[in-house]
Ligand binder design. Structure first.
Ligand SMILES: Cc1cc2nc3c(=O)[nH]c(=O)nc-3n(C[C@H](O)[C@H](O)[C@H](O)COP(=O)(O)OP(=O)(O)OC[C@H]3O[C@@H](n4cnc5c(N)ncnc54)[C@H](O)[C@@H]3O)c2cc1C
Length: 293
C-alpha cells in the first residue's frame, strides 16, 4: 500500500522544525530515519497531513564528549553509534545493544533518537538508556527541557515528548572502564527481542563493585532492574552469586503475553538472560547457567 497523501517540509534548523510543528500541530508527524514511521504510513495506520523531515538539520547529528557524559544527536544513525570510538570507550553497553539491532541496512537509515522516541517496548536501545541513566533533551515552543530516562518512557509507544516538541539529543553518563553486554533472545535473526537484558558492571578484583541492569520487553516501557543491581553489588562475579541476584529480575516487571511467548515464559527468560548478561559484562562466560528453553 502507498501512504495517504501528505505535505512535506524539510527544515534546516531546530527552530524551523519547532515552528513547523507549532503551525501544523496534531496534523504533523516527524520523520527521522523512517524505519518505523514509513511502514506505519504505508499500512495507513497513521495518515498525517504534514510530514516534517529532520534529515536536513545538521545540528541533530553526531556524537561529542560533554565532559562527564556523551552527547548523542537524535539523528545520529545506529551505524554511526555502533562504530563510534567514544561510545565504545565510555558507553560500551550502547555499542553492544546497537550491534544486535536489526541489520546493516536498517542501521544505516534508522536513528538513535528516532528509535528512542518511537518507544517500542521491544526496541533495543531503551533498556541501555535506562541502565546508563541517560537524559533526554527536548525542544519545544517554550525552549528546551531535559527529562531523565525513567520519566521519558511513559507507556507503550508513548514518551514525555509532546506533540509540539522534538527530541534533539540524548546525554549518556560515562561508564568508562565498565564491562557491558546485551543479551537478546530472538525467534529469528535481525528482529526485535522476545526479551533482552542490558547489563553493565564495574568489577574490582573479583567483586562486582557497581551494576546497572535494564530489561527489554518486560513491560510497556523499558525497565531498570534495581533489585538485581542491589543484589549484585559486593558479590563475587561467579555463576552462583550472579544467578542468585538474577532471580530478582522480574521484580516490578509486567511482561506481555503474545504469540512469541506468555508472561511466565518471559519471566523465565528474563531471569536466565540477566544471569548471562551480567556474567558476560563481568568478563565471565555464561557457562553453568541453564538454557532458556
Ligand atoms: C526490518 C526492520 C528490523 C528492525 N529491527 C529492530 C530491532 O531488532 N531492534 C530495534 O530496536 N529496532 C528495530 N527496528 C526499528 C529501527 O530501530 C528504527 O530505526 C527505529 O525504530 C526508528 O528509528 P527511525 O530513525 O527510523 O525513526 P522513524 O521511523 O522516522 O520515527 C519513529 C517514530 O519516532 C518519531 N520521532 C522520530 N524522531 C523524533 C524526534 N527527534 N523527536 C520526536 N519524535 C521523533 C516519529 O514521528 C515516529 O513516530 C527495525 C526496523 C526494521 C524496518
Amino acid at each position: 500500500m502507498t501512504p495517504a497523501p501528505f505535505e512535506y517540509v524539510a527544515p534546516t534548523t531546530i527552530e524551523e522544525a519547532v515552528a513547523a510543528l507549532a503551525e501544523h500541530g496534531d496534523e504533523a508527524k516527524i520523520l527521522a530515519g523512517g524505519q518505523s514511521l514509513l511502514p506505519v504510513l504505508r499500512m495507513r495506520l497513521n495518515a498525517p497531513e504534514w510530514v516534517i523531515d529532520l534529515g536536513r538539520i545538521d545540528a541533530l547529528r553526531g556524537i561529542r564528549d560533554g565532559g562527564d557524559h556523551l552527547v548523542i544527536g537524535t539523528m545520529t544513525t545506529h551505524d554511526t553509534v555502533l562504530h563510534d570510538p567514544l561510545v565504545h570507550e565510555h558507553a560500551l553497553l550502547l555499542t553492544k545493544a546497537t550491534e544486535t539491532l536489526a541489520d546493516s541496512q536498517v542501521r544505516h537509515r534508522g536513528t538513535f533518537g528516532g528509535s528512542l522516541a518511537h518507544a517500542d517496548p521491544a526496541g533495543d536501545l531503551g533498556a541501555s538508556a535506562m541502565a546508563l541513566g541517560a537524559s533526554f533533551v527536548i525542544a519545544g515552543p517554550g525552549g528546551t527541557r531535559t527529562v531523565a530516562a525513567e520519566d521519558f518512557f511513559v507507556d507503550l509507544f508513548e514518551t514525555a515528548i509532546s506533540d509540539d516538541e522534538i527530541l534533539t539529543e540524548v546525554h549518556v553518563p560515562k561508564h568508562t572502564g565498565w564491562g557491558a553486554h546485551y543479551e537478546k533472545f530472538v525467534r529469528i535473526a535481525h528482529q526485535w527481542p522476545i526479551v533482552a537484558v542490558a547489563a553493565s558492571v564495574r568489577v574490582e578484583g573479583d567483586t562486582i563493585a557497581e551494576a546497572r541492569v535494564g530489561l527489554t520487553n518486560m513491560g510497556n516501557t523499558p525497565l531498570r532492574a534495581r533489585a538485581v543491581e542491589q543484589a549484585l553489588v559486593g558479590q563475587p562475579a561467579t555463576a552462583d552469586a550472579v544467578r542468585q541476584a538474577a532471580a530478582h529480575a522480574t521484580e516490578g516487571a509486567n511482561p506481555p503475553s503474545d504469540l512469541n511467548g506468555d508472561a511466565d515464559y518471559r519471566r523465565h527468560l528474563a531471569t536466565v538472560l540477566t544471569g548471562r548478561a551480567v556474567l558476560a559484562a563481568a568478563g565471565r562466560n555464561g557457562a553453568g547457567l541453564r538454557s532458556p528453553a
